[in-house]
Design a protein around this ligand. Sequence first.
Ligand SMILES: C[S@@+](CC[C@H](N)C(=O)[O-])C[C@H]1O[C@@H](n2cnc3c(N)ncnc32)[C@H](O)[C@@H]1O
Length: 254
Amino acid sequence: MKKTQRKSNHAIASEWNNIAKFRHQQITKENDLSYNYVLIPSILSLIKNEFNSKKNLNILDAGCGTGNLAYQLSKRENSCITGIDISEESIKIAKETYGNSRNISFYSSSIENFSDNIVNKFKYDLIVSNMTLMDVSNLDNVVKSISSMLKDEGVFVFSITHPVFWSRYWEYENSNWFNYLEEIFIEAPFKTSLDNSEFITSHIHRPLEMYFHSLRNNNLRVTDLIEPMPEREIEEKYPKSWEFPRFMVVKCIK
Ligand SMILES: C[S@@+](CC[C@H](N)C(=O)[O-])C[C@H]1O[C@@H](n2cnc3c(N)ncnc32)[C@H](O)[C@@H]1O
């Protein structure tokens, strides 16, 4: 693991292209405990009210990867789901796997370009984004784009690695290059609790205030925030017990 220079969208897309097939298998075979048992249930819990309403919902999954969450959301009647991701390979897999569902469309695009090019400035009722904001090169541009694609009173729910605890979990908080208050691009082989890999991906450490300021500056008001922990029987499947929250899931209203 090492600190690197800022990376471009192009460089980030290429990392996720390389790992797309591996990630798809991890998720669909339920080898990613946190994805299946902590993150997605937390996102679903924060959109429960919107989901249980009878309203037609246009939903965007921003940074949808290989499309699994978009597919889960498509099971709600009266929903129209769009999944976008900068990784062409991820979108190719998403289309092959879930593209036949009548109410899902997938596009390969950065969030920033998608919002610039969206037809007739179409706006969404709900935008979700699982584990993407800590992987985007320019947080402010992405949050601005997300806000611009939401209707007034629209809802944005996202999960990220926990800004305070992730450095402890990945054991770099005492590295001489780490400073909590700085934005730091970090490159490492991708791993989950049950799987190591040789695929290099980058994540960006950002202090909590950076997320908060970006949301506030783009008219997104935080209305809920959870630091989910796994149920006990799920925690037992992890090699290491959870001493602190590893993720943060946030709900905002425009
Ligand atoms: C950790 S993965 C999460 C993928 C998916 N949400 C999931 O839960 O499996 C981060 C994703 O963000 C995408 N990404 C990074 N920067 C992006 C950007 N500017 N616009 C759209 N997608 C981006 C990457 O291609 C990658 O698929």
